[in-house]
Design a protein around this ligand. Structure first.
Ligand code: ASP
Length: 300
């Protein structure tokens, strides 16, 4: 099987061009690293985790460092990782003070009997696993603070942003990772779609893997990532499945996007927001990246 990886850096409305370009570049860096691992024979799970870490560490994205802030100006992070084989998954919600929540999510999947840990329990588990906490202030960037002040004045328009990656490895195994600071001005304790199985994140060996982005509440209500995988089971290509998931989101007034890889290694991407940063290395080794809306990004 030829490996492939597709990464997103969030769906959004009003981005300045220089920021959008930086996000597309960041996505390409993450996709390249993930692809290199896949070429070395590493698993899809390793590739999506590594790609997610690159994006969490990049302050241009709303995940890890650079995350959006709650109404109180705090950082609370959501992340989930899922393997198509055996429907294994692990997630964290409202996690504070860890640079790479996706790494904690992987430990939840592999080292705990649970699917999702939240808040202080998630932080305690991460510490017990030997993962280093960091001062919350290290995750807060000037851009996020500026945005927080501006949006507080504007009555919390609650702009989203997230990062995600889907991949298939040489053995045909599928995996997905999604990580986010959530929507800005969220109520403390709010959990979005990202760490909810089937909503922001889903992978199933018999269909595909999908990672969603956008305003999380509507995404959760349409169980968007599972919707895309179900469409593949019904015979859709990865691209058609992505379009169908976005149509379901749009039907209830939601705005966002989704990336999909199917079990054949075909990629799909769709969004109804103004822009969505992304990058891929496909099964032919072809690289691509961008942020603008283009109809039918991949073959239907
Ligand atoms: N879905 C994320 C959330 O609502 C944000 C995003 O994807 O942009 O938490």
């Amino acid at each position: 099987m030829k490996p492939a990886i597709l990464v997103h850096g969030g769906a959004g409305r009003i981005w300045k061009d220089d920021h959008a370009i930086a996000c597309a570049k960041g996505c390409l860096k993450a996709a390249r690293l993930g692809y290199e691992l896949l070429e070395e024979g590493r698993t899809a799970l390793d590739a999506v985790e590594a790609a997610a870490v690159v994006l969490e560490d990049d302050p241009n994205f709303n995940a890890g460092k650079g995350s959006a802030l709650t109404i109180d100006g705090d950082i609370e992070l959501d992340a989930m990782l899922m393997a198509g084989t055996g429907l294994r998954c692990g997630g964290v919600a409202a996690l504070r003070s860890f640079r790479n929540p996706i790494r904690v999510a992987r430990r939840v999947m592999e080292e705990s009997p649970h699917v999702l840990l939240s808040g202080e329990g998630a932080a305690r588990f991460a510490r017990e696993q030997g993962l280093e906490p960091c001062p919350a202030a290290e995750l807060v960037t000037e851009r996020a603070l500026k945005r927080w002040h501006k949006e507080r004045e504007a009555g919390w328009p609650r702009r989203p942003g997230t990062i995600g990656a889907v991949a298939i490895d040489r053995d045909g195994q599928l995996a997905v990772a999604t990580s986010t600071g959530g929507i800005s001005g969220k109520y403390p304790g709010r959990i979005g779609d990202t760490p909810l199985v089937g909503c922001g994140t889903y992978a199933d060996a018999s269909t595909g893997a999908a990672s969603a982005t956008g305003y999380g509440e509507p995404i959760a209500r349409v169980v968007m990532a599972k919707h895309a995988c179900d469409r593949i089971a019904m015979g859709d290509s990865a691209q058609l499945a992505a379009e169908s998931a976005v149509a379901a989101l749009a039907a209830i007034g939601g705005e966002g996007g989704i990336i999909v890889v199917d079990r054949e290694g075909q990629l799909g991407l769709a969004f109804n927001s103004e822009r969505m940063s992304r990058a891929a290395v496909d099964a032919d080794g072809q690289e691509s990246s961008g942020f603008e809306a283009i109809p039918n990004v991949y073959n239907r």
